[in-house]
Design a protein around this ligand. Structure first.
Ligand code: OSB
Ligand code: MG
Length: 368
């Protein structure tokens, strides 16, 4: 791909309101914006979605910077690639560190699509002109939950995802269900339960939830299969699925009926596509998960969610869901419950240079 320069922008931005889960609260988001530029001066953008601390996966912003700087870029220097899929294959020689890999690989996909003069969605096999938008409510009081839901329903979101845990589940969801009898609602537990909570989880069956996301620990693949046999509500796996093999094992074992695909969690668009293709063949619906990310990663998510198997609204919310001002222009917007898939080359969004500058805390450059 004739790479000449890779630039990292470490950025930081406060969320408009705290994002509360039983694992911790996110108030400020650090992120890594990756810009790859080739010898013709064409650039592609990617984003590293690891958090500041390892609460969601083992990676952090600092481990990502280390991996990108000291391992992945040196690999690319030593083995120049002609296609983003070659970078994904090259990165297989490094264990895990999927968010660091995805940060670079997605930037290469944007560059690749721009060189072809194609929207990224088309370059990866997307077919939709719009993607269905959902939004996440992550608060610790029913009052705040109902306030946010009212707002989001008015904005047209097609489904609401609510964070739950054993201290905040049946009564909380029942109250929401009472106010919104027909709203598509799903619950995300982020591994807050074990099989000992079987009765608590079974009680949720009567609330007509679309699905319950990641009830048990990431490695509880067999336990999720046992749980799914006892529940009517479909289980969706998030943290458990970090590569194609995890998805295949989960489907073969009956550990879930739905899969949440996150580009960062699985190491890039190449692996995300593989999981999508497998699920599509096996009639397992998928949707695109969010990482409280900035506009660059959200733009990659929109391209991914335009693929045919993404039949359920994902965490594709507007830039204004989390940010006073995003780092892309135009910002991502949701109208009538959908987000338009861009038709211009690459990710289809430009950088808001002023906003990038004012949120950047450090930059690192690599000459290739
Ligand atoms: O479990 O899906 C999750 C955000 C950060 C880390 C994990 C999760 C989430 C979300 C998505 O719930 C929020 C979003 O970006 O819209
Ligand atoms: Mg989740």
């Amino acid at each position: 791909m004739n790479l000449a320069l890779i630039e990292l922008f470490i950025i930081e931005m406060p969320l408009k309101s705290p994002f509360i889960t039983h694992l911790g609260t996110v108030r400020d988001r650090e992120g890594i914006i990756v810009k790859v530029t080739d010898k013709d001066g064409v650039s592609g953008m990617g984003e590293g979605v690891a958090f500041s601390t390892p609460w969601y996966t083992e990676e952090t912003v600092k481990t990502s910077i280390h991996m990108i700087s000291d391992v992945l870029i040196p690999l690319l220097k030593k083995h120049p690639v002609n296609h983003p899929e070659e970078a994904a294959a090259l990165f297989q020689s490094v264990r895990r560190n999927n968010m660091a890999k995805a940060a670079i690989e997605t930037a290469l996909w944007d560059l690749y699509a721009k060189k072809k003069g194609q929207p990224l969605s088309k370059a990866i096999g997307g077919t939709r002109e719009v993607v269905a938008s959902g939004v996440v409510v992550a608060v610790d009081s029913i009052k705040n939950a109902l306030k946010q839901i009212e707002e989001y329903v008015a904005e047209g979101y097609q489904r609401i995802k609510v964070k739950i845990n054993p201290q905040q589940d049946y009564e909380f969801l029942a109250e929401i269900r009472k106010c919104y009898p027909d709203l598509p609602i799903m619950a995300d537990a982020n591994s807050a339960y074990t099989l000992r909570d079987l009765d608590r989880l079974k009680a949720l069956d009567e609330l007509n939830l679309m699905m319950i996301e990641q009830p048990l620990s990431p490695n509880d693949i067999i336990q999720h299969a046992a749980l799914q046999k006892e529940l009517q509500t479909p289980i969706c796996l998030d943290e458990s699925i970090v590569n194609f093999e995890d998805a295949r094992n989960a489907v073969e074992l009956g550990s879930c009926k739905v899969i949440n695909i996150k580009v960062g969690r699985v190491g890039g668009l190449t692996e995300a596509k593989r999981i999508h293709d497998y699920c599509f063949q096996h009639n397992i619906p998928v949707w695109c998960g969010g990482m409280i990310e900035f506009g660059i990663s959200r733009a990659h998510n929109i391209a991914l969610a335009s693929m045919p198997g993404f039949s359920i609204p994902g965490d594709i919310s507007s830039s204004s869901r989390f940010w006073e001002e995003d780092i892309i222009a135009p910002e991502i917007t949701v109208e009538n419950g959908v987000t338009q898939v861009p038709t211009s080359p690459g990710i289809g969004f430009k950088i808001n240079e002023k906003r990038l500058k004012e949120t950047t805390t450090a930059t690192i450059d690599f000459q290739l």
